[in-house]
Design a binder for this molecule. Structure first.
Ligand code: F6R
Length: 614
């Protein structure tokens, strides 16, 4: 979604801003802009589309900002008003003295806008953000204190925001604040950075401070002053950022997505380190803060997530119920938050999120926490808002994921669920020791199996070529791989824009079968196990309607050669772990199809990496 970068110090600001925005590009955006303090006044430059358009615009004005050492920048993912230059940030007040960038959504912007219009403010854009520019400017006119003006203005604002503000009167000052949207300050020597996410500043500093809700930071080259919303000074909590700049390089791959798919064996190895030493030893999961007694008595779990994380959660349900005998409900966060939810202190609520910032999941977690549930968060971002809400934090350590389509973070989430389920099964003694040992042995071999798939992608590339011209695509599976079908379909539609759907194969004949004819590819995820034969029959039914049948399988059954026009083979694996092995070819299939079609693989249209609005 939107991204913010800010700088105040002694270096030439424009390169820092534009480079910082480039590092946030992966979040998804449709326009960009910067405001910099020039000799006499603040200048604003904006463009629609990709950052290159902004760079071109800046070329025409180089002389104006060469010496400038303070500014703010923004990439915008349109919510209120179309992606136009006028709606792009930064936004200014009427006289242009005050400039602002904003992430999030101002919920009461209509009321504020009407009120401000009555007081003489003239609105140029359709955005909610412009309201904040006028509101802060009004407060500044009364107080002549920018930090105070920001504090007073935010008291009147409902919604989510991360704000970065500059004023012509305050030549070397940036003012920052936030509520329900991330914002951090990077600390240098004689310089400060502001950013909505780590990649924007990690090149420059690893020393940082995350703002908490309603805090206001005033940055000048010499110092940072942090206050609460009433102006009381607070001691900043400075920490070291975990990311290495190299994580943001494509390392020779054409796209981040391809690089991240190839990182999956190592991601699995990393997750196992320190948690699983040997198959006959217990899993160590110190991150789970529930006592063993509570775990033994636990009889209900709710898992909340969105998108790809939701699919990981669905597999988590299957594994936990199977090995721990605990009832698990899985729900999309956006559904969870708008109904009466039955949860309490006896329920374990698990939130799953790559970014740890997804607005719906964050709200759901807060609701469950208010009802007294123990909150366990599975996230790739231990520095995120969700992580800060956690009673138990299980970081998945997949490393930064840049491509909008989630791949390695999904694998990492699945691993977290496997470890959690086996750990709880050990504590509860709900599965025999012998079976647990077999499962742990298999778990340790998973990286090699995925490496085998990555080393041999010919059949996947062939399928990609054959089916890249299709308009629709159906994925079917049963049991533990039904979520794999959903995830395979999600990957394909996200990056290729092909209308792809995942179905539980048994549901085909209850409706979807009507769509099948000789133009429709149907991919069956046929992994050996309890539903193999059933899925084979469902595939026969689809073949009888002339569908173009593809198998993704670990079976060598010869019957498959007659039934399927293309077969993607994967290594043999225990059924419970088959989702990990099956998803990799589906990620690659989506990737190669999108590549053939010339799509923007890493930044698909309309999508954002981190969905910080409901
Ligand atoms: C799909 C994808 C999205 C996210 C969803 C939740 O490839 O990336 O569907 O999975 O927006 O995001 P997180 O996991 O950050 O909560």
């Amino acid at each position: 979604m939107c991204g913010i970068v800010g700088y105040v110090g002694y270096k030439s600001v424009m390169d820092i801003l534009v480079d910082g925005l480039e590092q946030l590009e992966y979040r998804g955006y449709d326009s960009s802009g910067v405001a910099v303090m020039c000799d006499e006044k603040i200048n604003v430059y904006k463009a629609i589309g990709k950052l290159n358009n902004l760079r071109e615009e800046l070329q025409h004005h180089r002389g104006e900002f060469e010496k400038s050492t303070m500014g703010i920048g923004h990439i915008r993912w349109a919510t209120h008003g179309a992606p136009t230059v006028i709606n792009a940030h930064p936004h200014t007040c009427n006289c242009g003295n005050l400039v602002i960038v904003h992430n999030g959504i101002i919920e009461n912007y209509k009321e504020l806008r009407e009120d401000l219009a009555k007081k003489g403010c003239v609105f140029r854009s359709q955005t909610d953000t412009e309201v904040v520019a006028h509101l802060v400017a009004q407060k500044y006119a009364q107080t002549k204190d920018l930090a105070k003006a920001v504090r007073e203005a935010t008291k009147e604002i409902d919604g989510a925001y991360a704000l970065c503000v500059m004023h012509n009167d305050c030549k070397n000052t940036l003012v920052l604040t936030k509520r329900n949207a991330p914002l951090l300050v990077g600390i240098g020597d004689g310089e400060f950075f502001a950013a909505s996410d780590v990649p924007a500043i990690i090149k420059h500093t690893k020393k940082a401070m995350y703002l908490s809700d309603n805090q206001v930071a005033v940055l000048t080259p010499e110092k940072m002053v942090l206050t609460d919303i009433d102006g009381h000074e607070i001691k900043p909590k400075i920490e070291l950022l975990p990311w290495e700049p190299v994580a943001l390089s494509k390392m020779g791959y054409k796209h981040y997505m391809l690089k991240e798919i190839h990182e999956q064996p190592d991601v699995i190895r990393n997750i196992l380190v320190g948690k699983l030493h040997a198959p006959d030893e217990d899993i160590i999961l110190n991150e789970v803060k529930l006592t063993k007694e509570t775990l033994k008595k636990l009889n209900r779990i709710q898992i909340i997530a969105c998108g790809t994380s939701l699919h990981a959660a669905m597999i988590g349900k299957y594994v936990i119920e199977n090995y721990c005998g605990i009832a698990v409900d899985v729900e999309a966060s956006s559904e969870y938050i708008y109904r009466r939810n039955v949860t309490d202190e006896h329920t374990l609520v698990i939130g799953v999120s790559q970014s740890g910032e997804t607005a719906d999941t964050l709200t759901a977690i807060k609701q469950a926490k208010a009802k007294g549930s123990h909150i366990l968060i599975i996230t790739n971002r231990p520095d995120s808002a969700m992580a800060r809400e956690a009673d138990s934090l299980v970081p998945v350590n997949a490393g930064i994921e840049v491509s909008v389509a989630a791949t390695k973070s999904y694998t990492a989430q699945l691993m977290a669920f496997y470890l959690l389920a086996l750990y709880m099964a050990e504590v509860k003694e709900s599965t025999s020791k012998a079976e647990l040992t077999t499962l742990k042995t298999e778990l340790m071999f998973l990286p090699q199996k995925i490496e085998q798939i990555l080393a041999n992608t010919d059949s996947i590339q062939k399928c990609a070529k054959v089916y890249s011209s299709t308009k629709d695509f159906i994925f079917v599976a049963r049991g533990i791989n039904y979520p794999t079908a959903l995830e395979g379909a999600l990957k394909l539609k996200e990056i290729s824009y092909i209308n792809a759907t995942g179905y539980p194969a048994g549901e085909l004949k209850h409706g979807p079968i009507a769509m099948l004819d000789e133009t429709m590819p149907v991919l069956s995820i046929l992994m050996k196990g309890c539903v193999f034969e059933k899925l084979l029959s469902n595939s026969e039914e689809a073949k009888a309607r002339n569908a173009r049948m593809i198998a993704l399988t670990n079976s060598k059954d010869e019957k498959l050669d007659d039934l399927f026009e293309n077969i993607i083979r994967v290594p043999d694996v225990e059924e419970v772990f088959s989702p990990l092995v099956a998803i990799v070819p589906l990620q690659l299939l989506a990737y190669y199809i999108a590549e053939f079609l010339g799509k923007d693989v890493d930044q698909p249209r309309n999508l954002a990496k981190s969905v910080t609005v409901e």
